[in-house]
Each structure stands twice: as structure tokens, then as C-alpha cells.
Design a binder for this molecule. Structure first.
Ligand code: 6GU
Length: 229
């Protein structure tokens, strides 16, 4: 799948060169292209923002550079789903990650700045997404979060597909059961005996119970909203 981003900070996307996503890029399973919005800026200063009509603090991103950048990218790839990253968007979550992973035409993110983009940009995009109720100064990190969450759901990106199924939010919407590895005892804390028992039926039941108990304690709303897998 192809991921495109329109941003004033294309260099930030080098962060996606490492780890699982970096490997997926090297293998050609995904491609990530960061397009510099400045290339479509206006005038000698390549201006991309301006003061708000009606007054107020901060700057607002002008619509023409964003529209020109969207047109340039989509001219060659008409199938891209256009997503504006904005704190005013729909909240991103795992079901939405799965939905986006199914969009074979690829994804185009527009990373807005926090103060805002001209409201008419809303007409040029298919969706608006936020990654949570807190303030980031721009949509770049948010776009990277979405790219990471979507990319790892694509075929071949995560080596063992079973690990996807066992992850938090992968099954029903519970948090994961607790994991342990060597040593059997660490600073006086022992690995639960049942995990050393070799009884796989009991281990499965214990893990399911622990996942539910842990979720009920830490994220009760996930248990309340649980969708059966
Ligand atoms: Cl998508 N953008 C910004 N600027 N801040 C955010 C966000 C997006 N999602 C959460 N906070």
C-alpha cells in the first residue's frame, strides 16, 4: 500500500525508516512519500498561511497551496483516500485502522497545523481524523501514528499473523493478558505458576480471565462497549 503525506516537515517522516515499518518499506510491502507543501506556496516567499479573517491569534493555513498539493499528488494516483489530520476529526481507533488497511488505493494524509486550516479545505478531503484529545502543534506525528497502525495490518508486514490476533484491541476490544519470559524469579517476583505447568488448556483460560480482569480494572469502558469477536 502507498502512503502519501502533504506536510511542511517532510524530514519528520524519516522516523518511519526504522523497525517493522522500515523493513516493510525495504521489502516493498509499503511505500511512504512525504510531499513538501512549501513547493506549492504562494509568491516569492512560498507562503502557506495567513492571518485569520475576523481577527484572533495564530495563523491559518491557506487553501490554495493545500489544494494544489492534493491535485499534484492525486493526478497520478486517483485512488488515494484523502485524510485531513485535525484535532477536530473523528477519533482514530483499531477498527478504523482495519478499515483503512482495506483501502487498496492507498492513503493521502494532509498534516494541518493545530491552529487550523482554512475551513474550505474540508470540502477537498474524504475524511478527517484525530488521534486523541490532546494538542499537537501539527498533524505530522498523528499521521505517523495512523500509518504505523495501518501498515502493520497489511499482509506480510507482521511476520507472524497470530501475533496480530492476540494483540490488545485485536480480539473483541480487551487489553492483552500479561506476558512473562525468563527468569522465573526476578527481584522476588515469580512468574505465575500456571504458565510453567505445560497445561495449555489451563493457560488459555488463565490468559482470557487475566485479560478481562485487567481490562475491567484499567479500561472499564472497553468491557462495557465490548463487541463480540
Ligand atoms: Cl490529527 N492534529 C493535531 N494538531 N493535534 C492532534 C491531532 C491531530 N490528534 C490529536 N491531537
Amino acid at each position: 500500500m502507498e502512503f502519501h503525506v502533504i506536510t511542511l516537515f517532510p524530514e519528520m517522516f524519516a522516523a518511519l525508516d526504522s523497525g517493522l515499518i522500515g523493513r516493510a518499506r525495504q521489502q516493498g510491502l509499503i511505500a511512504i512519500h512525504a510531499h513538501n507543501l512549501r513547493d506549492h506556496g504562494l509568491g516569492n516567499y512560498r507562503q502557506v498561511d495567513d492571518t485569520p479573517y475576523g481577527g484572533g491569534s495564530g495563523m491559518v493555513m491557506r487553501p490554495e497551496p493545500i489544494a494544489a498539493a492534493i491535485d499534484a499528488v492525486t493526478a497520478e494516483r486517483p485512488g488515494l483516500l484523502k485524510i485531513l489530520m485535525t484535532p477536530q476529526g473523528e477519533r482514530f481507533d483499531q477498527p478504523l485502522a482495519r478499515e483503512l488497511a482495506g483501502h487498496a488505493g492507498g492513503l493521502l494524509f494532509i498534516a494541518g497545523r493545530y491552529e487550523g486550516v482554512d475551513d474550505r479545505i474540508h470540502e477537498l478531503v474524504d475524511r478527517e481524523l484525530s488521534i486523541g484529545d490532546y494538542v499537537l502543534s501539527g498533524g505530522e506525528l498523528a499521521a505517523m501514528v495512523v500509518i504505523e497502525a495501518v501498515a502493520r495490518l497489511l499482509p506480510g508486514v507482521v511476520g507472524n499473523p497470530e501475533s496480530l490476533a492476540e494483540e490488545s484491541f485485536g480480539d473483541g476490544n480487551l487489553l492483552e493478558y500479561p506476558h512473562y519470559t525468563r527468569p522465573e524469579e526476578f527481584r522476588g517476583m515469580r512468574v505465575p505458576e500456571i504458565l510453567l505447568s505445560g497445561d495449555h488448556g489451563k493457560i488459555r483460560a488463565w490468559r482470557a480471565a487475566e485479560a478481562l480482569r485487567r481490562t475491567a480494572r484499567r479500561r472499564p469502558e472497553l468491557v462495557a462497549n465490548r463487541r463480540k469477536p
